[in-house]
Ligand binder design. Structure first.
Ligand code: ARG
Ligand code: ASP
Length: 711
């Protein structure tokens, strides 16, 4: 293949694309129109109505948004739900301490009484959706300025929400599709009493840790269990001891039958965001501006965190969630860049653009690509600095606390009523308490040093916060040491004391060197960067809308799927192996055998719990073993997924649950921008392994009993 010409290569890719319909994240309401025939050809045995219906209960009634960015699904008629371990991670961590280290040891409620409440955690079920394009775009005209257009759209949306919300207590959201060419309104039911039921030890739920993250072959038991509670009458309610387990109309039966290459699979969940229809310039900017800056800065953060976490078990708990978050993006962007390069993504987009230009010549879309070029060229220098500022602000954890302190300063300055100040102090106290639980001063200090160092090396002085000039003069180490010594925010006892007897002396906080650094960065952000950044992004957004529409006009025979936007979607494909590189074939499943191969008590990520080792040695797999006698752990398929799809049900041809989606393979992480059927795979946990852990490892058989299991 090496010497194949580019257009020939493109031809091959396009042919294989049309044979396997794996790409795409489809709208459940429109399956009947666009997809169901193909799904059934691929083996699906159910109807579109079975998946999504507003007239009868359907599969969608068992799928939910879990928390702020994951998917979950119901697996019993008592409100039991399953999602990923990494989706429940923050909540498991909140219940963890050195004494009760649920992160390390796992947690299993042996009765409903032992289930743990999670204030702030919500799940949302889609009740129905509606195309509201006409109403949202009412009175919008071609000649409007972008700004006026947006004002009108916002107004239309607000009145739509208001009039639709009158007769019900659903949460209503309107989301743009196809870059603002279409709008859908969503009615959700929100449940707020969601309790932790079970989580495997991290050595299972996060087995392989950040080392194996984004990779296949994978052996992570990435699941956790929660339960939804409702008011006694079944309606959604805030946490209360009087609440009862939810009685849902629908939950997924679980199939233990096993899977094979070519089997139909469907992923039903909430993909967060993709950019499939952008021009080459955007890909170029992602590959050569955003990703390199983010990767470089996060490499620095991770080096510091890793060393700290290895030095002390308490720091490991404190920084576990933070490190996972930082590492997750870092690794994805590295994989994404490699994938885009391998696909010649920029060149492919350019050749599409050449075709588009020829088609658009002298018509209403003439010159569109050229404006893109001008805009991206003008944007890039600012984009680069903006990326560095954002990474720096997110990376220095005290900045987060500084930003939460801003309100107190403002209220005090403006002589707000005493009561207002008191509640602000109280909420800051509670915020600070949570913050310091996971704060280690030395670690935070080293991260600050290395990020400031990067910034001073890479970013033009014109965009430096003033403090940096001083730091340059006096030396990085010395200055940051001093900053941390002097800062209220950096010292738990000082800050808590300050808040405890708060006497309105906001100036002390306002002059805090870390608060000050935060303010200076914000200043740069607002006055030096945002204006240029926003201007160009606004133009690009409107170009995206027009380009999207134009692409749909040019390729009339193609059925387009809208970019992901964290609304409920269906992806379908099949179980399949792949060839990651020359001479290497990756099978579609992994087994417990592979966990034992990786077993290494010396390495945190690969330290197999004794109990699991014993089950393995005794081949005590119960009803969960595959036909081949092995315990299958994970499998891959060709479903098009992205961030937010974590926890999504992976469903077989009969509509039964066979897996929980939790990741993609590294060779396929560019699928947010360009999907490659040869290389892109979603990674799922085999339900049989999850149940094996619940049953055999945890002995939580009461949970197995409430599930519907098909053998
Ligand atoms: N890569 C997966 C996703 O984007 C899993 C992330 C959590 N796991 C981790 N080791 N950080 O969410
Ligand atoms: N791991 C991702 C998530 O948490 C899924 C993905 O990006 O493939 O949603």
């Amino acid at each position: 293949m090496k010497r194949l010409g580019f257009s020939l290569l493109l031809g091959i890719l396009m042919i294989s694309q049309s044979v396997k319909a794996d790409e795409g994240m489809w709208i459940p309401m429109l399956l009947e129109k666009y997809n169901i025939e193909e799904m059934q050809e691929m083996g699906f045995k159910l109807t579109a109505e079975d998946v999504y219906s507003i007239n009868q209960s359907s599969m969608k009634d068992a799928v939910m948004i879990f928390g702020g960015g994951c998917t979950g699904e119901l697996i019993s008629d008592q409100g039991l739900l399953i999602t990923n371990h990494h989706c429940g991670y923050g909540n498991i961590q909140k219940h963890s301490s050195l004494e009760n280290d649920y992160l390390t040891d796992g947690f299993w409620a042996m009765s409903k009484k032992e289930e743990l409440a999670n204030p702030g955690l919500e799940v949302r079920f889609l009740v129905s959706m509606e195309d509201v394009t006409e109403a949202v775009l009412k009175d919008v005209t071609k000649n409007m300025t972008e700004k006026n257009r947006q004002i009108l759209i916002d107004k239309n949306m607000n009145s739509l929400i208001e009039s639709s919300g009158k007769d019900n207590d659903y949460e209503i959201r309107i989301k743009p599709f196809f870059h603002g060419n279409q709008y859908f309104m969503y009615f959700n039911k929100v449940y707020k009493d969601v309790r932790l039921v079970g989580a495997p030890p991290s050595a299972i739920g996060k087995f392989g840790g950040d080392t194996d993250n984004w990779m296949w072959p994978r052996h992570t038991g990435d699941f956790s269990l929660f339960r939804i509670y409702t008011a006694p009458d079944g309606s959604p309610a805030e946490y209360s001891e009087l609440n009862v387990p939810m009685k849902p109309e629908r939950h997924f039966p679980i199939s233990l039958k096993g899977i094979e290459t070519g089997d139909f699979t469907m992923v039903f969940g909430y993909p967060g965001s993709t950019e499939q229809y952008v021009p080459s310039y955007k890909i170029d900017m992602t590959m050569n501006v955003n990703n390199p800056v983010r990767i470089a800065m996060r490499t620095r953060i991770l080096d510091v965190m890793k060393a700290s976490m290895e030095s002390d078990p308490l720091i490991r708990i404190q920084y576990a969630t933070k490190a996972a978050r930082v590492s997750n993006g870092w690794k994805k962007w590295i994989g994404e860049n490699r994938g885009l390069k391998r696909l010649n993504a920029i060149e492919r987009k350019q050749s599409e653009e050449a075709e588009f230009r020829a088609w658009a010549e002298n018509g209403k879309y003439d010159g569109l690509i050229e404006i893109y070029e001008t805009e991206y060229n003008a944007l890039i220098p600012t984009e680069r600095i903006m990326t560095a500022v954002v990474e720096a602000l997110n990376g220095m954890e005290l900045i987060n606390l500084a930003s939460s302190s801003r309100g107190l300063i403002q209220y005090s300055k403006n002589d707000a009523p005493e009561e207002r100040i008191q509640t602000t102090v109280e909420s800051l106290q509670s915020k600070a308490k949570g913050f310091y639980k996971d704060y280690h001063q030395e670690t935070a200090k080293e991260i600050t040093k290395t990020l400031i160092d990067y910034y001073m090396q890479e970013i033009d002085q014109a965009y430096w916060p003033e403090s940096l000039l001083d730091i340059e003069k006096k030396g990085l180490d010395k200055s940051i040491d001093k900053m941390f010594k002097k800062s209220l925010l950096a010292n738990e006892a000082d800050f808590m004391d300050f808040l405890d007897g708060y006497k309105g002396k906001y100036k002390k906080l306002e002059k805090d060197p870390i608060y000050n650094l935060y303010q200076e960065f914000v200043q740069i952000y607002l006055s030096e960067l945002s204006p240029t950044y926003n201007t160009h992004h606004a133009v690009i957004d409107s170009l995206d809308r027009v380009y999207m529409k134009a692409q749909m006009e040019l390729r009339k025979d193609k059925i387009f799927y809208p970019d992901a936007n964290f609304t409920l979607r269906v992806g379908y494909g099949q179980v399949d192996h792949y060839f990651p590189r020359d001479a290497v074939k990756y099978k579609y499943f992994t087994t417990l055998e592979g966990i034992m191969e990786k077993d290494n008590p010396e390495i945190y990520d690969y330290d197999v719990p004794d109990k699991l080792r014993n089950l393995y040695e005794n081949k005590d797999f119960g009803q969960y073993a595959d036909e081949d006698g092995q315990m299958h752990v994970c499998f891959i398929a060709t479903n098009h997924t992205t961030g937010g799809n974590s926890g999504s049900p992976v469903i077989d041809a009969e509509g039964n649950l066979i897996g929980i989606n939790f990741d993609r393979n590294w060779e396929g992480t560019m699928s947010d921008l360009m999907y490659d059927p040869e290389m892109c795979r979603n990674i799922s946990l085999d339900m049989r392994y999850a149940l094996f852990i619940v049953d055999k490892l945890a002995g939580a058989t009461h949970l197995i009993d409430e599930m519907t299991i098909l053998r």
